[in-house]
Write a protein that binds this ligand. Structure first.
Ligand code: EPZ
Length: 418
């Protein structure tokens, strides 16, 4: 299995190109099920998760081709509304196909996703949403069997904000009879892009970007031939934090700073220099004099949970102690043990982490546990004296496009080894 070998203590200088957003391309690929002609999705990141979604669509009968940063999908020939466990278990986002399949075929058989690195991640909100739209839902041998002649619009109140459930209900309700309201809807930029994409196909979605989205059901959608993926705000935040921690000066290109306002304000509070332009951000830091800044994760536009592990590492280098409250997942702290092996000193109590500042990081052999935890381990190793290795980096390949190439280009000593 591949692993990274990293020589620490090298500051980072130069330019980095941020890729398209993983969490935008996956719902767009699922939404292609509603499109009955060739669709080209451009500015796509080269990730194993996109390949997994492509294999899932192919299993159902779609044609999917990857050419450079474009994904060409033709779902006209889909004839099998079935998402098998062998694929769904490797990527929770596969569950996004439930809504569009039910909408288009009136039926769907989708495996329940497995757990993930940090505990159960249920899909009860998705299922309740489909029931509220009139679908008959049965559970057989770990599969959701959904049936409906035609979905009927309804008022749906999510128990708490959910990105995936919002996406699934959106893709189910656009062709429903009548109007739907989704309360506690996600406002994440990736969901906003999904709404605009569906509207470009003739859907009638309003109040996009709020926590109450309205959908007027239509009888049919037209085809659309292209869409370009928004920049990945989580990859951008990961690189901002990496430079803040290691020191140096780097320009991030192809970003949308408006999607990272809370992260930018936290970094400025931590005494990191940021110059923000329309589609780029220059970050510079001496890697010292980092101010401690308590943080709590929240749904968009709050501080993203997907940058919690990276922020924890940065705060380990701050001049004072600090704490993090994880409000989205009740136990997303698997990275703490590995970070502590690299010299951090973090204590977890329920949904809070207490971080000692002024840590001198030391090289170690560590193991990735999930996509974003891997990113925090890489940054820690870049800051540690000596040579570290990070194993199980298939996690990082799920969510970051050639991260070691991008880091090497700006001066990091990181190599992928077999
Ligand atoms: C999306 O996951 C992202 N994944 C996650 O990014 C991200 O961490 C998460 O949103 C939160 O922002 C994709 O977009 C592919 P949720 P999702 O439904 O949709 C609970 C990454 O590294 N919940 O918003 O699965 C859930 O347990 C990944 O890129 C239910 O209880 O997240 C969590 O506590 C990791 N029942 C909260 O809601 C449900 O039916 C938010 O989850 C659904 C969710």
């Amino acid at each position: 299995m591949d692993y990274f070998e990293i020589e620490g203590k090298n500051q980072l200088f130069g330019d980095v190109q941020i890729s398209g957003a993983k969490n935008a391309v996956l719902p767009l690929m699922a939404a292609s099920i509603l499109n009955n002609d060739q669709l080209t999705i451009s500015n796509t990141p080269n990730l194993s998760d996109s390949k997994t979604m492509a294999n899932l669509l192919r299993e159902m009968g779609s044609e999917v081709k990857f050419i450079d940063d474009k994904i060409h999908i033709n779902s006209q020939s889909i004839n099998m509304p079935y998402a098998p466990y062998k694929l769904v278990k490797t990527m929770r986002a596969s569950f996004y196909v439930l809504g569009p399949l039910l909408s288009k075929f009136g039926e769907a058989k989708v495996s329940l996703p497995g757990g993930c690195a940090w505990g159960p991640r249920p899909v009860d909100f998705h299922i309740e949403g489909m029931k509220k739209l009139g679908a008959k839902i049965d559970l057989e041998d770990g599969y959701i069997i959904a049936k409906s002649n035609r979905l009927v619009g309804n008022k749906i109140v999510l128990p708490k904000i959910s990105v995936g459930a919002t996406g699934n209900i959106l893709m189910a309700s656009v062709l429903a009879k009548g109007d739907t309201e989704i309360h506690n809807a996600a406002a994440e930029p990736e969901i906003q892009q999904l709404c605009h994409f569906l509207n470009s196909m003739g859907a009638k979605i309003s109040d996009i970007g709020t926590n109450t989205i309205k959908i007027q059901g239509v009888d049919s959608l037209n085809n659309i031939d292209s869409v370009s993926v928004i920049p990945d705000r989580i990859e951008a935040g990961t690189f901002l934090i990496a430079v803040a921690a290691t020191g140096g000066e780097v320009k991030l290109n192809n970003v949308n700073p408006m999607h990272s306002e809370t992260v930018i304000s936290h970094l400025k509070k931590a005494n990191i220099n940021l110059t923000v332009h329309d589609d780029s951000i220059v970050v510079s830091s001496d890697g010292k004099d980092i101010n401690a800044c308590n943080m709590e994760t929240n749904e968009y536009p709050g501080f993203p949970t997907d940058l919690q592990a990276q922020w924890m590492l940065l705060m380990s280098l701050a001049s004072e102690d600090s704490n993090i409250k994880e409000n989205i997942y009740f136990d997303r702290f698997n990275h703490v043990l590995e970070l502590n092996r690299l010299g951090c000193n973090v204590r977890v109590e329920k949904e809070s982490a207490f971080i000692k500042g002024k840590r001198n990081l030391v090289s170690a052999d560590v193991m990735s546990t999930d996509i974003r935890a891997s990113a925090s381990l890489i940054i820690a190793a870049l800051c540690a004296e000596g040579r570290s290795t990070i194993s199980r980096i298939y996690h990082i390949d799920r969510g970051y496009d050639k991260i070691e190439e991008k880091l090497s280009k700006i001066g990091a000593k990181i190599v992928r080894k077999k």
